[in-house]
Design a protein around this ligand. Structure first.
Ligand code: 8YV
Length: 323
């Protein structure tokens, strides 16, 4: 088993109980491509991160490979079609990160709307001098309209939180979710209607050829000037240059971003020059409980495949006649 980033000893111990394990020994830097390819040649299993490109070139030389366990619910870094052709199992970590990611998404609504980052900075920097009527006055979250683009498990979990704040919830999805509509009272809207009516537009779609570049200059123009754009999905779902322009031109009020085109971003990134942007370092699933569960699930999945059993969360379910 090759692990592409330094993970805790406990993970290695678990995997060592049934296989030989090798690991890229850095927590900060992704494994260089040539090393990844070289290790993949020998590996039966890979435990991978979003920063690893697992593509045709890799599959062509990884002749022993049986399973790729991605430490994420998203798998846009992996060519699943190529894996499936070779009967290589791809696994992800759905469900266990749903509530943690929903908590973070909802935090971004509060942080952007109520200007919480600016407020924290004002106090820390000794700029809290007196009272004035609109001092750090933000925008309410309660009673506003939340538009969720991509209504999967995380979308539902955010909708529940939003209903607790008496928000009106619209959603847009490839297919309608009638059960969710009935259960939660959320309403389906076309993409255009959602964008026009929402006070907070939250992106939760996977990154696919269909969703890449979905938010363009024109889309931001159609949003309310008072609205916030929140992205906890993948950076490229929005055209970053268009988002920057919309924020600068006042087409939208602000953005809360956990994801970017190229991660990590540096302090001189144009988005960080704008004080109506709250930027987080891709921490949607980052609670100790959830990250631990994600790593355990990757280990379980690898063990199952190497023992010829059905893993808990395969992406290419057709390999197990699960679809
Ligand atoms: C990452 C994520 O898994 O699950 C996803 O798709 O984007 C995150 O939860 C996390 O950053 C670790 O790679």
């Amino acid at each position: 088993i090759y692990i592409t980033r330094k993970l805790p000893e406990s993970v290695i111990d678990t995997l060592k109980s049934f296989a030989d394990v090798e690991m890229w020994d850095s927590e900060e830097n992704p494994v260089p491509r040539d090393i990844l390819l070289n290790e993949a040649k020998k590996a039966d299993a890979l435990l991978t991160m979003l920063s690893d490109k697992i593509d045709k070139e890799l599959f062509d030389i990884a002749t022993n490979l049986k399973v790729v366990a991605n430490l994420a619910v998203g798998f846009d870094n992996i060519d699943v079609e190529e894996a499936t052709k070779r009967r290589i199992v791809v696994c992800n970590t759905p469900d266990i990160l749903t509530d943690t990611t929903a908590d973070l998404a909802f935090s971004l609504l509060l942080m952007t709307g109520r200007r919480l980052v600016e407020a924290v900075d004002v106090v820390r920097e000794g700029k809290w001098k007196s009272w004035s009527s609109y001092f750090l006055a933000g925008t309410d979250v309660h009673h506003k309209t939340l538009g969720i683009v991509g209504m999967g498990n995380i979308g539902e979990a955010v909708a529940k939180r939003a209903l607790g704040f008496d928000m009106r919830v619209l959603y847009h999805n490839r297919s309608r979710k009638l059960e969710t509509e009935e259960k939660l009272g959320v309403k389906y809207a076309t993409f255009d209607e959602l964008v026009k009516q929402s006070d907070y537009v939250l992106v939760l779609t996977p990154l696919t050829p269909e969703t890449k570049g979905m938010f363009t200059k024109e889309v931001f123009k159609r949003m309310k000037k008072s609205a916030f754009f929140i992205n906890v999905a993948r950076g490229p779902v929005a055209v970053e240059a268009d988002l920057i322009e919309a924020l600068k031109e006042g087409e939208i009020a602000g953005a809360g971003l956990d994801v970017f085109d190229k991660e990590p971003i540096s302090p001189d990134h144009p988005l960080l020059q704008l004080n109506n942007v709250v930027a987080l370092p891709h921490i949607g699933s980052a609670s100790v409980e959830t990250r631990t569960a994600m790593m355990e699930l990757c280990c379980d999945n690898i063990e199952a495949v190497l023992k010829n059993e059905v893993p808990k969360t395969p992406v290419n379910r057709e390999l197990f006649q699960l679809v």
